[in-house]
Design a protein. Structure first.
Length: 617
């Protein structure tokens, strides 16, 4: 027992200091428990196959898809409309929405779903996401107290009560307690969250300023100003012809930037968008959408000659045609003084044949050349705006003798949202939530999450499988999986029983209020180091027997157990939601102590007086 407590103390100290990564500290603690013989290798590795850990992996993927498809932006936009520009209303909205979802969905699932939405919301509101992400995790735990199924400890005390012959709790017996928790939590977190300020790296800020976003490039080169979106109707003379056959540049002075093919099924839920480069051999088909740039008058003449449907409604002061970057992107490259391209015309550079990209603009001495590019001779220092698939643009970075790629094109590609997949992502997300909420659906929550994550990948909500893997925060996964066996070690060596019996037994003689406080804070202390479910299983029988010895009602004491087990905010590894937001908010261990510990203590003090009022002794 002493060895286990020493390892636990050293681990907690290293977490607090923050000099070593949290996942490395957790792994060192795990190895120490195995080397000292406290845990067997099987017991130590059990955390990595735990259903909670597997669910966290799947939920990271689901959350990533919600962000990648732009669904998070759409939902956050609607929240912004309701909250307005008020930081206070945004904070309260996040707390209330998260708590409401957490009443019916696991707190882990709630945070995973809300995480990308809150990040997008913070960006739209121009506020620091760090001030919202930790309250988001805490709100999911607070909301779990609203219903019987909101959190596992609620089910644990229900089972203990029914086994002992007491009247079982109803589905909404927890609701008054949950409302008090949410109100107190919101009031306390509002000033505490203001202390979570970002520590911005100035060098990183400068480098970000020097990078241009895709929309900045579009505006700078005026690509949208003379852009027309034309749909090829059935019977059009373009059907079956190649771009070379059309000879659009010589006949109309226009350039084709993109040929897009869109399909929609099941009322728009299933949508596919295929972007193609406008190469000489590209064959136009019925229902293709052609994006052309050049004189608007010539665009209209081209559309009329070939019976094309124009989506350009600028004459009616409506939205102009805009470029989207799904499979095809743009980037800038600057020619080197020693480049073999100097003094060669664009048509002779071979960019299209060698690299699969088109040059669609040239910036030279603050002058933008956009017309008749094929005959322009390149100069040293010219900045070329190239267009191609993201893979083709990334290959340009390997040839730095002739040019240098400006910015980080692949990082920009990762920011592009596949918004046409948002209905599919929303449908999958709602189906996953339904299976987790309704008991009559015979699918376990972890299975539902795995199915949802797999469907997000298979239905194209990610650009590729690698993008899905990148959404998984492995540091949080390893942290939780490596710390889970600590509860086994504490239980196996008798340390947890010793702590709980000593604290609760010593307070029983001081009256029911002191015993209630002892049960809450003992449970709260143990939950910092072992799972809240395991803590509830350990403490519930102790609370029941303690109340029986004093001849008191067990209900307030068992509620103190579930509250103490659920209100665990002072550590990043005490609950999966705390770990989920750790990396996204760039939090340290002491951030949780600074914000979570006061909330945990104040919540306990309030509940010592509220519980006897709701459930008399």
């Amino acid at each position: 027992m002493i060895i286990t407590l020493v390892i636990l103390f050293i681990t907690a100290a290293l977490f607090a200091v923050g000099k070593v990564r949290s996942d490395i500290v957790a792994l060192c603690a795990l190895v120490s428990l195995v080397v000292t013989g406290i845990l067997t290798p099987e017991e130590a590795l059990a955390g990595f196959s735990n259903h909670v850990v597997i669910m966290m992996v799947g939920l990271f993927v689901v959350g990533g898809a919600i962000f990648q498809t732009g669904l998070a932006k759409k939902i956050s936009g609607k929240i912004m409309k309701m909250a307005g520009d008020s930081q206070l209303r945004i904070f309260i909205m996040v707390m209330c929405v998260t708590a409401a979802i957490g009443a019916f969905v696991s707190n882990t699932g709630t945070v995973a779903l809300m995480l990308p939405i809150v990040v997008s919301l913070a960006a739209k509101a121009k506020t620091d996401s760090r001030r919202l992400l930790m309250p988001l995790a805490f709100a999911s735990s607070l909301g779990g107290m609203l219903t019987l199924i909101g959190t596992p400890p609620n089910l644990v005390i229900q089972e203990v009560l029914t086994d002992a012959g007491y009247r079982p709790l109803s589905f909404f017996s927890f609701f008054p307690v949950g409302v008090v928790c949410i109100v107190v939590g919101t009031i306390i977190l509002l000033p505490l969250s203001a202390t979570l300020k970002s520590e911005k790296d100035l060098s990183d800020t400068k480098s970000k300023k020097s990078r241009k976003s895709l929309q900045q490039l579009v505006r700078e080169y005026h690509l949208d100003e003379n852009l027309a979106r034309l749909t090829v109707n059935e019977g059009s003379a373009l059907c079956g012809k190649s771009v070379m056959d059309i000879d659009i540049r010589n006949r109309y002075g226009l350039s084709i930037l993109e040929v897009r093919r869109e399909t929609r099924k099941q009322k728009g839920i299933i949508q596919e968008v295929e972007q193609r480069m406008a190469g000489p051999d590209t064959v136009i088909q019925t229902n293709d959408i052609i994006y052309v740039t050049g004189s608007r008058e010539q665009s209209r003449r081209f559309a009329a000659d070939f019976a094309l449907q124009s989506s350009d409604k600028t004459d009616n002061n409506q939205d102009k045609a805009t470029l989207h970057f799904y499979d095809i992107g743009i980037a800038e490259i600057v020619t080197m003084p020693t480049s073999k391209l100097i003094n060669r015309e664009v048509k002779d550079t071979g960019f299209r044949s060698k690299y699969g990209v088109n040059i669609i603009g040239i910036r030279r001495n603050n002058e933008y050349i956009m017309d008749n590019l094929v005959h322009v001779r390149l100069h040293s220092g010219d900045v070329l705006l190239v267009q191609g698939t993201w893979q083709a643009i990334s290959r340009l970075e390997h040839d730095e003798e002739d040019w240098v790629v400006l910015g980080q094109p692949l990082e920009e590609a990762a920011k592009v949202t596949l918004d046409y997949k948002a209905p599919m992502a929303a449908f999958i997300m709602l189906m996953m939530i339904a299976t987790m909420v309704f008991d009559f659906i015979p699918i376990a929550p972890v299975t539902a999450v795995m199915i949802a994550a797999l469907l997000m990948v298979l239905t194209g909500c990610f650009r590729n499988v690698e993008a899905a893997y990148k959404t998984i925060n492995w540091e949080s996964i390893v942290l939780i999986a490596a710390m889970m066996p600590m509860s086994v070690a504490l239980h196996k060596t008798g340390a947890s029983s010793f702590i709980s019996h000593s604290l609760v037994g010593g307070l029983g003689s001081y009256g029911p209020y002191m015993l209630l406080a002892g049960i809450y804070f003992t449970t709260s202390l143990l939950t910092l180091f072992i799972s809240n479910t395991a803590t509830a299983v350990l403490m519930a029988p102790i609370a029941l027997s303690s109340s029986a010895e004093l001849g008191l009602s067990p209900y307030p004491f068992l509620f103190a157990v579930t509250l103490g087990a659920s209100m665990c905010f002072a550590s990043p590894f005490s609950t999966p939601p705390n770990a989920l937001v750790m990396r996204a908010g760039n939090y340290r261990f002491m951030d949780y102590v600074k914000v979570g510990l006061p909330l945990q203590i104040i919540m306990g003090i309030v509940m010592v007086f509220v519980l006897p009022w709701l459930f008399p002794f």
